[in-house]
Write a protein that binds this ligand. Structure first.
Ligand code: KG4
Ligand code: ZN
Length: 345
């Protein structure tokens, strides 16, 4: 029998809602991004994020049910992002999901945000079969996992400091680019000249599967200081910024590609899955696709809409886990910090 799960994502600055049907797949999804609201502050303001989720989530639920052509009574479970993320923001999704599930007497399924990212390529065609290696690159994480099945996640490598997306965002800020920095830097890089600037490839020869990106950001700062004679306010030309942006992007991509290939070699897996916001990066997608193909491996990316935070990936995980979910007692707690390897099958 087909089961229908509503998914609610409110861990950071996007309100995402979706309905997933175990027989028919994704029925509808909707997203409200708070980017414009946080832009003036150059980063996410947690209290503003929570308040905006409160305003958006119920209308988005109504919209998604309408788009899916179903009513509340057709739902079999409600999944919500339990963590990791901003506590206040998580509480909005958790309380709305629990209240609705209580009224409908159906199960709640608390979902790990990163499990959503990790399994998001299952929303696209062709979907990868298990097992696979997953490269998870977002604003908060740069990790490699060996994924044997739902809930079977072994951490292969992690960042020692900044996440890849964080490095993109901080470097973009340093170059005076608008918020959010990652996509802006990637766009600027398209106009850069390859080889016109030189930056290091951190941890490339470290012999393990770990990453470190904070030194790269410092190397950009040092380069910009040198070229502006220590006066950061003396701005570089856009053309020069584009050269630096391209070199920065290439350095991050070089390291991510090398480590992802090393993870495939180490585990003997033939499939690579890329997930998380940085997975939207075009150079990363092209280089990983070419490198994997050259090794006879398949690579899977989520659709661009499901790379960054969204409700569809939460509804999907909820649908995969509904059958095994215990009956709800309609209490809830959020987990602002939560290790993915602790979720269990
Ligand atoms: O997965 P996500 O939406 O949120 C987290 O859970 O962190 O990822 C957001 C991150 C941000 O750091 C953003 O700058 C980065 O993904 N990002 C990109 C691109 N699009 C988003 N980084 C590089 N190139 C892109 N095209
Ligand atoms: Zn995310």
């Amino acid at each position: 029998m087909a089961l229908r799960v509503l998914g609610i994502e409110t861990s950071c600055d996007e309100t995402g809602v979706a309905v997933y049907d175990t027989a028919r797949g994704l029925l509808a999804h909707a997203l409200h991004s708070q980017v414009a609201m946080h832009e003036a502050y150059g980063g996410v303001v947690p209290e503003l994020a929570s308040r905006d989720h409160v305003r958006r989530v119920v209308p988005l639920v109504a919209q998604v049910l309408r788009d899916a052509g179903i009513g509340m009574a057709d739902l079999d479970g409600i999944a919500y992002t339990q963590g990791p993320g901003l506590a206040g923001a998580l509480l909005v999704g958790a309380s709305v999901a629990t209240a609705m599930a209580y009224a409908l007497r159906i199960r709640t399924i608390p979902v790990h945000h990163l499990e959503g990212h990790l399994l998001s390529p299952l929303l696209s065609e062709p979907a990868p079969d298990f097992p696979f290696v997953a490269l998870l690159v977002s604003g908060g994480h740069s990790q490699l996992f060996d994924v044997a099945g739902v809930g079977h996640y072994r951490l292969l490598g992690d960042t020692l400091d900044d996440a890849a997306g964080e490095a993109f965002d901080k470097t973009a800020k340093l170059l005076g680019l608008p918020y959010p920095g990652g996509p802006a830097l990637a766009q600027l890089a398209q106009g850069g000249t390859a080889g016109a600037a030189t930056l290091p490839r951190p941890m490339l020869g470290s012999g393990d599967l770990d990453f470190s990106f904070s030194g790269l950001k410092t190397a950009v700062l040092t380069l910009v200081r040198k070229e502006t004679h220590g006066d950061l306010s003396a701005s570089l030309s856009m053309a020069r910024k584009a050269d630096i942006a391209l070199e920065f992007e290439s350095a991050v991509v070089d390291v991510l590609v090398a480590k992802a290939l090393a993870a495939l070699a180490q585990t003997g897996r033939r499939r690579l899955v890329v997930a998380g916001g940085v997975g939207a990066n075009r150079q990363l997608r092209a280089r990983l696709a070419a490198a994997s193909r050259a090794r006879g491996c398949e690579v899977f990316f989520p659709d661009l809409a499901f790379c960054t935070d969204n409700g569809a990936m939460i509804a999907l995980v909820g649908a995969l886990r509904l059958a095994a979910a215990p009956p709800s007692d309609y209490t809830f707690a959020v987990r602002p910090r939560w290790d993915l390897t602790a979720v269990g099958a």
